[in-house]
Design a protein around this ligand. Structure first.
Ligand code: FES
Ligand SMILES: [Fe+2]
Length: 412
């Protein structure tokens, strides 16, 4: 763990608009600080509610040293608990996902109901109070099918985020989807480099040939780098989306989140190698396959694409200072049939290739930052979302370190 004085010192060295001081990325002791300052205080994307569709379906994950189980209870509610037995603390659910009628600790078989209450503790004395030993709850919010959890006692307010993104995402009806494919990559990079890499497409032209078959690399409708053809494309597509009542203008998420609908290249409708649909059965009741992509992210650990025919969620969890788990899930309409409506390879090939390229870029970035020659470098104008991210991160660290306000020095 890095002590608070050292954090304050590193924040004082930081320059806004520049990559962070080296220790934030590579010091092994910073991992625990990041977990405490960021991952134990904020809402984290966990999964889609369709992954725990039926009562007893559960999914597990770990936030630093905190194993968590997320499940669907008998009333259909999504709940989350610390996955730690109230007897002597054993982890209860060991599988990444599954279905259970009740949760039974493997150690001495204490039995918990799906609402977390302890219903059986064999051989305990008659005066043992089971009601005092239920599983400890973790805060849960489900927003347009996306399950967010928060370990903090007093979680931040998600109202602004919920209200801003719902009009963009709800029409795609994520609650009527299923997971077609999932994969987890363990990247050899600090989690902040994984996020930074996601927040810019400055690197796309040199690294993502598959993605750029369809993806337009400009991040704003009025991107100053955008040629006249991009502006004409935006005008054509937004007229169509306006007619369909689908929002597209950037939402005002500040440093916390971003939500915008952007077009694919003319003639392309999905992330495929020919630009055609990846799933014939469109989401919701859409009949128009060309809805571009709602690009939504929220700090600290998630980004997503919502298309007419599928949804992709990305979830980032730090494992150590130089190891990060990136889980990608591809969701299609719940009634879509594999082999008939969609083919897994066609659905996934662009982002499997892109994820591998991004993993390599993040690893190489991390390796270079280890150098004694590393010095924080300036973000390009198109990397404005990295400035937002590092400002947000510095704010979290300042709050943790007890600084009244984030310490920033103006960029030169
Ligand atoms: S630690 Fe779970 S039953 Fe003993
Ligand atoms: Fe990338």
């Amino acid at each position: 763990m890095i002590d608070r004085d050292r954090i304050r010192q590193l924040l004082a060295e930081r320059r806004e608009g520049f990559s962070l001081p080296q220790a934030f990325y590579v010091d092994p002791a910073m991992h625990e600080t990041d977990i405490k300052a960021v991952f134990e205080t904020d809402w984290l994307f966990a999964c889609n509610a369709c992954e725990i569709r039926k009562p007893g379906d559960y999914l597990t994950l770990a936030i630093g040293e905190n194993p968590v189980v997320i499940l669907r209870d008998r009333d259909g509610q999504v709940r989350a608990f610390h996955n730690s037995c109230r007897h002597r603390g054993s982890r209860i659910c060991g599988h990444e996902k599954g279905r259970a009628n009740r949760l039974v600790c493997p150690y001495h078989q204490w039995v918990y109901e799906l609402d977390g209450s302890l219903i059986n503790a064999r051989q305990m004395p008659a005066d043992f109070d089971r009601s005092e030993h239920g599983l400890k709850p973790v805060h849960v919010e489900v927003i347009c099918g996306m399950v967010y959890i928060c370990l903090a006692d007093d979680p931040p307010d998600l109202t602004r985020f919920r209200e801003a993104v719902t009009p963009y995402i709800a029409p795609h009806m994520p609650e009527r989807t299923k997971v077609a494919f999932e994969m987890t990559l363990i990247e050899d990079a600090n989690w902040k480099l994984v996020i930074e890499n996601n927040r810019e497409c400055y690197h796309c032209a040199g690294n993502h040939p598959e993605l750029l078959v369809t993806l337009v690399e400009f991040a704003l409708p009025n991107d100053p780098r955008g040629p006249a053809e991009f502006k004409a494309l935006m005008d054509r597509k937004t007229a169509k989306w306006d007619a369909l009542g689908l929002p597209h203008q950037p939402a005002d998420g500040g440093e916390e989140f971003r939500c915008i609908r952007l077009p694919f290249h003319e003639g392309a409708v999905s992330f495929t190698m020919d630009g055609g649909p990846a799933c014939r059965k469109l989401l919701a009741d859409f009949t128009e396959p060309d809805l571009g992509s709602v690009r939504m992210f929220r700090v600290p650990n998630n980004w997503n694409h919502f298309l007419a025919d599928h949804i992709i969620h990305f979830r980032v969890l730090p494992l150590s200072q130089d190891k990060t788990a990136v889980r990608t899930t591809w969701l299609v309409h719940e009634d879509a049939v594999e082999g008939v409506d969609y083919d897994i390879d066609r659905l996934t090939e662009v982002w499997i290739a892109t994820n591998a390229q991004d993993a390599e870029l993040a690893a190489v970035n991390h390796a270079g930052i280890r150098s004694m020659g590393y010095q924080p470098g300036p973000y390009a104008p198109s990397e404005f979302m990295l400035t937002n991210f590092t400002n947000w991160y510095a704010g979290k660290m300042a709050a943790y370190a007890g600084s009244p306000t984030p310490i920033r020095l103006a960029a030169e």
